[in-house]
Ligand binder design. Structure first.
Ligand SMILES: Nc1ncnc2c1ncn2[C@@H]1O[C@H](COP(=O)(O)OP(=O)(O)O)[C@@H](O)[C@H]1O
Ligand SMILES: [Mg+2]
Length: 287
């Protein structure tokens, strides 16, 4: 145990990474996290950022499927200590790098110390090489799902106008807030009919979180419900590449621009991520 705590302290001290780590999350599944993560990552890369997209969502429409990738290695090999993160990175479309997911991540909290250390070392490796690490996370407020979310300095919360999605989004903000008062939480409304509907969702969620949690979340923008999103999925190509002129692409591009420009004022890349990640999972809390 002492040995492990020491390793973690060394690890935290050594970190020189600079990437902004953004966890894309939602209370409920099927709201467009994967679709948003993929297209946002590409839109940011198209604007000159070095972007890694990490697949920590193991739902059906996972990142690899959406990108038409079929890679030999994935995070499991990193978890098992067989490969380094750099060795499993694959080139995705639009200049992004992809970290293929593994079902091993679903049991993050059950992983042994070595395995978790391998995940963290891998993430640290990424932090030194990229400007942004976009993490497509699992839905839900369980420990495994929120480990990345609580650790990240920036959270992109995706919600749709449907009441259950909004309720679950609120539950997610509450969960993050309970563990992490200082994380930057930004809301993106997906599948809105129009701007008016999206604004109503944002007004409601931001006022409820303010009223009950005393917590401000900011509204980053919305992506309309757009048939090109699923058409592009069928074609195995991200919509920002396949249909750059459609409303969904224009919206994602605006959001990418805003995200790049809204740099948090706090220091990023300070290895806080790794400390919090370990703490959330109950690992070496004295590190
Ligand atoms: N803006 C949108 N307009 C239309 N369909 C969308 C939009 N965003 C996502 N979808 C569709 O919704 C479904 C769920 O999206 P997905 O990204 O897999 O959600 P999640 O990762 O949150 O489970 C997919 O079929 C996707 O094509
Ligand atoms: Mg998904």
């Amino acid at each position: 145990m002492a040995d492990q705590a020491q390793r973690l302290r060394d690890f935290v001290r050594k970190g020189q990474g600079r990437a902004r780590i953004i966890a894309v999350t939602s209370g409920k599944g099927g709201v467009g996290k994967t679709s948003t993560s993929v297209n946002l990552a590409i839109a940011m890369a198209q604007r000159g950022s070095r972007v890694a997209l990490l697949d920590a969502d193991l739902g059906l429409a996972n990142v690899e499927v959406l990108l038409g990738l079929n890679s030999l290695y994935n995070l499991q090999h990193v978890i098992d200590g067989e490969k380094t993160m750099s060795q499993i990175l694959v080139d995705g479309p639009g200049g992004i790098s992809v970290v293929p997911g593994s079902s091993g991540l679903a049991k993050l909290a059950d992983l042994n110390d070595n395995a978790r250390q391998n995940v963290m070392t891998g993430l640290q490796e990424l932090q030194g090489r990229f400007d942004f690490i976009i993490i497509d996370t699992m839905a839900g407020i369980g420990l495994n799902a929120v480990a990345f979310v609580v650790a990240a300095d920036e959270v992109l919360l995706v919600a749709t106008p449907e009441p259950p999605s909004m309720l679950d989004a609120y539950a997610m903000v509450k969960t993050i807030h309970a563990r992490r008062k200082d994380a930057v939480i930004r809301l993106m409304v997906n599948m809105a009919l129009n701007q008016k509907q999206a604004n109503a969702v944002s007004t409601k969620l931001t006022s409820v979180t303010h009223q009950y949690l005393g917590r401000r979340i900011s509204y980053l923008g919305f992506v309309p419900r757009d048939p090109h999103v699923s058409q592009a999925v069928m074609q195995g190509t991200p919509f920002v590449i396949r249909y750059p002129q459609v409303p969904a692409s224009k919206s994602i591009e605006d959001i990418a621009e805003r995200l790049i420009n809204q740099k948090p004022t706090g220091e990023t890349g300070d290895m806080g991520f790794f400390r919090r990640f370990a703490q959330t999972l109950g690992l070496a809390s004295n590190a």
